[in-house]
Design a protein around this ligand. Structure first.
Ligand code: SF4
Length: 224
């Protein structure tokens, strides 16, 4: 069981928790604005043994809450369940970051106690053309919708999030996603144009502070 890279400790990747972050190479999407280009394209080999990372964290057991498994898209890695299972066997919590394209695996991992938390990126509103453009591939939207439904009913901690990329998502889209994910945590993340998969997106102007504020208000407002 191998990963492409890892971050020994992070305060940012799991809200309220101190985590170790594992990056798995490879993704089934090609979001043109992706900022993990080499990981998404699978250019970085999964070559670091998970066992050795766990060994390195054994003296930090009292203050690391869990492991975030991210990518790329971790759910396309054939070893994901084994990796999560190994981490759980050492007494840590597991969070999975996903693009939502593999509902069956996410459902299994939650029901088998291998995912305590799931963060799903919703790229834009759930319309075929828009989603395909956002993901850079032909997306099976029913899989995306199924993952959302699974997470909405889930016992796991759930977070939905959207990166506010101009030309991919707008205030109306955020409103629709907020409605679709009603009753669950949903956040809008700022897009920082840098080192993108399609270099044209590195030149995209970010949204104004005012638009971001509007989007954030919409995403928070639906919680109440
Ligand atoms: S942003 Fe898109 S292409 Fe990049 S890792 Fe995530 S799902 Fe894959």
């Amino acid at each position: 069981m191998f990963v492409a890279n890892y971050l020994e400790t992070s305060l940012l990747d799991w809200q309220g928790k101190i985590s170790c972050v594992l990056f798995l190479s490879g993704c089934n999407f090609r979001c043109p604005w992706c900022q993990n280009r080499d990981l998404a394209l699978g250019k970085i080999e999964n070559s670091i043994p998970v066992e050795s990372i766990l060994l390195g964290t054994s003296d930090k057991k009292n203050w690391i809450d869990g492991f975030v498994i991210t990518g790329g898209e971790p759910t396309i890695n054939a070893d994901l369940k084994k990796i999560a299972s190994l981490i759980k066997s050492r007494g840590f919590l597991v969070k999975i970051d996903t693009n939502g394209s593999t509902p069956g695996l996410i459902e299994e991992m939650i029901s088998e106690g291998l995912a305590d938390s799931v963060a799903m990126d919703i790229k834009t509103s759930l319309q075929k053309e828009k989603y395909n453009k956002a993901a850079g591939v032909e997306v099976n939207l029913s899989n995306i919708n199924r993952t959302i439904d699974i997470l909405l009913k889930s016992k796991a901690e759930v977070l939905f999030r959207t990166t506010a990329v101009s030309g991919i998502v707008n205030v109306e889209d955020i409103k629709k996603i907020a409605e679709r994910t009603k009753g669950t945590k949903y956040i809008v993340q700022k897009f920082i144009p840098h080192d993108t998969l399609d270099e044209r997106y590195a030149k995209v102007s970010p949204f104004s502070e005012e638009d971001i504020k509007k989007m954030e208000e919409l995403s928070y407002a639906k919680l109440f």
